[in-house]
Ligand binder design. Structure first.
Ligand code: BES
Ligand code: MN
Ligand code: ZN
Length: 491
């Protein structure tokens, strides 16, 4: 169930809501709209500011009892200082939404000083993110122990037009994020390549897009020996999914978004250790990002052409699986020596990147949970960004706007030596040194004649432990980066 988002002109002091979330910075004082709220809570707001019980710091929160009229409860959340104002609102709204969900508030109102359309948009995204939970594969608790899910949020604004505009885009993005997170959280036995294809068809049906799905037989015809080498160990049919949003001028070169969709990555014959292997259901978060972004782009009917590509399969050991030492030929003709069957994402993406050239894209951005090395380099904080310099800058800026920071890493020719093979044109693993760079260098061998950026989201696509605003599990990255990039290219 997705949260109902709306905006309206109302005074925080008189709004009738089970919970009012108020996001304030470190220099907050009781004036303007806050006077009415302070009166409604019998001066408790002013007293907590004066006593410095609440200081408006990042991730800080304080609960106030409501009065007899107006909001029944009030939650103050801090905006902190230093972060960009929009990042601060998004984060505070997420914390507020998360707290409301745990309380079982059911519905909330949200207020922060001087919200414009973008402020409303990020507040909506944050509240939705905080409300998000995955309960599909759990039995519901008995009725008397249940708490109401956070079903609706109203953002209080001065300017109704800005409010409506912010809700429209915020809702679309929230839906895109929710879709991506749901796919990420779904176990590998339910979120299969078939299921991703079905999801793409569903998005296409709802938003007037075109979905095309290639299976094993079609990929064999296209001579996608690299992608197919990963899929040869599984009886499940691999899928190359193409989802076309034609919102722009006819014939205008599309933006291409490409996602790694490993519905489960066991490592194959180069099998991973058992400890933590269950996390590898998240190895399709690049694909989830593509589908989530297209959901948002479709819902907003952005006037631009965008084509999403998903390479979906599972990487399994079996009697038919590809072996270390095998040599396969990719769609673009290049021979690949497979050193490590666990370096499978790049094998899948190689053929998808070649295939994308057929659509004559204006730019191609791929996202993949590609290397453990990227988690070592940048942790769970920044996405690794590789590729053509001007496009890298554009993608970094989009990541910044969406609160999904990226950081550039080099693709110098010297690194290519690490993936030279004795028997083939290139090998699929360069070992441990510069592991995320050599993975990107490998991808570069298969791109077409288009500007290209690769995002390594291995660290940023999911959280391994519960963080203040982020529950353990999928984060929704790179939905925001993809969406902001595309929106930035409109007009
Ligand atoms: N999906 C993994 C990368 C990964 C690891 C993502 C940990 C998130 C957390 C990828 O397919 C993989 O196994 N990469 C190998 C490459 C190596 C064999 C060259 C890795 O990173 O160890
Ligand atoms: Mn792997
Ligand atoms: Zn993988």
């Amino acid at each position: 169930m997705s949260i109902e988002l709306s905006a309206r002109r109302a005074d925080p002091g008189t709004v009738d809501a089970p919970l009012l979330i108020v996001a304030l910075g470190p220099d907050a004082v009781v004036d303007g709209a806050l006077r009415g709220l302070d009166a409604a809570v019998s001066g408790a707001l002013g007293r907590s500011l004066i006593r410095r019980d609440f200081r408006g710091g990042r991730d800080e929160s304080l609960h106030l009892a409501g009065g007899t009229t107006g909001p029944q409860r009030v939650l103050l959340v801090g905006l902190g200082k230093g972060a960009s104002p929009l990042d601060a609102i998004r984060r505070a709204a997420t914390l507020g939404g998360r707290t409301a969900r745990r309380m079982g508030a059911g519905s909330v109102a949200f207020w922060s000083p001087a919200l414009d359309a973008r402020g409303v948009e990020v507040a909506a995204i944050g509240l939705a993110a905080g409300s998000w939970e995955f309960t599909e594969t759990k039995t519901a608790p008995p009725a008397d122990e249940r708490r109401a899910p956070l079903a609706s949020a109203t953002i209080l604004v001065d300017d109704e037009k800005a409010g409506a505009e912010g809700i429209r885009s915020g809702r679309a993005l929230a839906n895109g994020y929710a879709l991506a997170k749901r796919l990420g959280m779904m176990p590998g036995n339910l979120c299969t390549p078939d299921y991703l294809a079905e999801t793409a068809r569903d998005i296409a049906g709802r938003h007037g897009m075109k979905a095309t799905v290639l299976g094993r037989a079609e990929m064999e015809r296209e001579k996608m020996g690299s992608f197919l080498s990963v899929a040869q160990g599984t009886p499940q049919d691999p899928k190359l999914i193409v989802l076309e949003h034609r919102g722009g001028k006819e014939g205008e070169a599309p933006v291409a978004l490409v996602g790694k969709g490993l519905c489960f990555d066991s490592g194959g014959i180069s099998i991973k250790p058992a400890q933590g292997m269950e996390w590898m259901k998240f190895d399709m978060c690049g694909a989830a990002g593509v589908l989530g972004a297209l959901e948002a782009i479709g819902e907003l009917k952005l006037p631009i052409n965008v084509v999403g590509f998903v390479g979906a399969t599972t990487n399994m050991p079996s009697g038919t699986a590809v072996k270390p030492g095998d040599v396969v030929q990719a769609m673009n003709g290049k021979y690949i020596e497979i050193i490590n069957t666990d370096a499978e994402g790049r094998l899948v993406l190689a053929d998808v990147l070649s295939y994308a050239a057929r659509f004559k894209p204006a730019a191609v951005i791929d996202a993949a949970t590609l290397t453990g090395a990227c988690v070592i380099a940048l942790g769970h904080t920044a996405t690794g960004v590789f590729g053509d310099e001007t496009l890298v800058d554009e993608v970094l800026a989009a990541g910044k706007r969406s609160g999904e920071p990226g950081w550039p890493l080099p693709l110098w020719e010297d690194y290519k030596d690490l993936i030279k093979s004795d028997v083939a044109d290139v090998k699929n693993s360069g070992g441990r040194p510069a592991g995320s760079i050599t993975a990107a260098m490998f991808l570069k061998e298969f791109i077409g004649d288009y500007p290209w950026v690769h995002l390594d989201i291995a660290g940023t696509a999911y959280a391994e432990s519960d963080l203040v605003i982020l529950p353990k599990g999928p984060t929704g990255t790179p939905v925001g980066t993809f969406f902001e990039f595309v929106r930035g290219r409109v007009s």
